[in-house]
Design a protein. Structure first.
Length: 317
């Protein structure tokens, strides 16, 4: 009888198989949030073109590059070979979602800055141009030039952000969905699910601020539609895993239907993040109640929980 002893010590997979930690869910959540802002803010402005905006509403587009920066920092922390990150920008591979994502992330910065400048008043632009770091030679003039450019090509700036926002929102799902070796991620529905979830979290984030009544009404209307669509997509996501994944697909579905992630998924994502805020927003709209911060906060928590649970579940089978 021949006995074989195998000794292995790989810190990447021992003593458990979870490789991606908190950094990836944070990155996916903030990317979806930024995508929602990039899509919804221009749509709001086109709906209420010519009307006066609340001061907070004019500054909201700048939340998108801030969110992306924090998300990219989390992603950078997760990288094993951080010194080679520049290689993403030495080539472009059309068949690689990561290559698309890397270049989309770079394009977001000028697009969102121009979007923010397009909504600022001239007095606000002058205040920024004369503030602290912008007093350096050329920076103040650059801000003024950017505002003039954004105002002249306002529609182009709007549609550029919408297109990039759709690309960013879908990319966060494609990043997982193209990893066919992970049955819990191997679904074409995932990209659309993350995009719609990003729209919902973007709307929720914007509703946290004192926007105008008209803007809040539209955001709530769009958010209700996004939540209903998200519920349908979750059903289709689970159905697609079970229908096309074979035995491993059934094993992946079982994670959410009786398995270790059942309680967390159906409590944090379905009940807390979708069903409860949907009921609150419909009630506020029908009864014409004063909007509260409860529904937006629950939506943001549910959006983060969705990505966190799916990232963990995808590494469990």
């Amino acid at each position: 009888m021949v006995e074989i002893d195998m000794v292995r010590n790989n810190l990447q997979i021992d003593p458990h198989l979870t490789i991606w930690g908190w950094e990836i869910p944070i990155y996916l959540f903030l990317g979806g949030l930024a995508a929602g802002i990039m899509i919804l803010w221009p749509l709001l402005r086109m709906q209420h073109e010519g009307s006066d905006d609340a001061r907070w509403a004019r500054w909201l587009p700048f939340a998108a590059p801030i969110a992306i920066s924090i998300g990219m920092l989390a992603l950078f922390i997760d990288l094993a070979h951080r010194e080679y990150v520049f290689r993403f920008y030495l080539t472009f591979r059309p068949s690689s979602p990561m290559s698309w994502g890397a270049w989309i992330l770079i394009g977001i910065y000028p697009a969102t800055v121009l979007l923010g400048l397009s909504g600022m008043t001239r007095d606000e632009v002058e205040a920024v141009a004369s503030w602290g770091p912008f007093r350096l030679p050329g920076l103040g003039a650059l801000v003024r030039w950017g505002r003039t450019l954004a105002e002249t090509h306002r529609r182009t700036v709007y549609w550029t952000n919408i297109v990039l926002g759709i690309g960013l929102g879908a990319y966060t799902g494609l990043l997982l969905g193209t990893l066919a070796a992970r049955p819990a991620w191997n679904s074409t529905v995932l990209a659309l699910l993350f995009l719609v979830s990003g729209l919902s979290t973007g709307a929720a984030f914007m509703m946290l601020f004192p926007v105008t009544r008209e803007d809040h009404h539209l955001l709530r209307k769009w958010d209700v539609a996004a939540i209903v669509t998200e519920l349908v997509l979750i059903f289709l996501f689970l159905l697609s895993l079970g229908a096309s994944g074979g035995a491993r697909g059934h094993e992946a579905v079982a994670l959410f239907l009786g398995g270790p992630y059942t309680a967390a998924f159906w409590t944090l994502v379905f009940a807390v993040g979708l069903a409860t805020p949907l009921a609150l927003e419909v009630l506020e709209a029908r009864r014409k109640l004063q909007p509260t911060l409860a529904a937006p906060m629950l939506i943001l928590a549910g959006g983060l929980a969705l990505r966190w649970i799916l990232v963990l579940a995808g590494q469990a089978v």
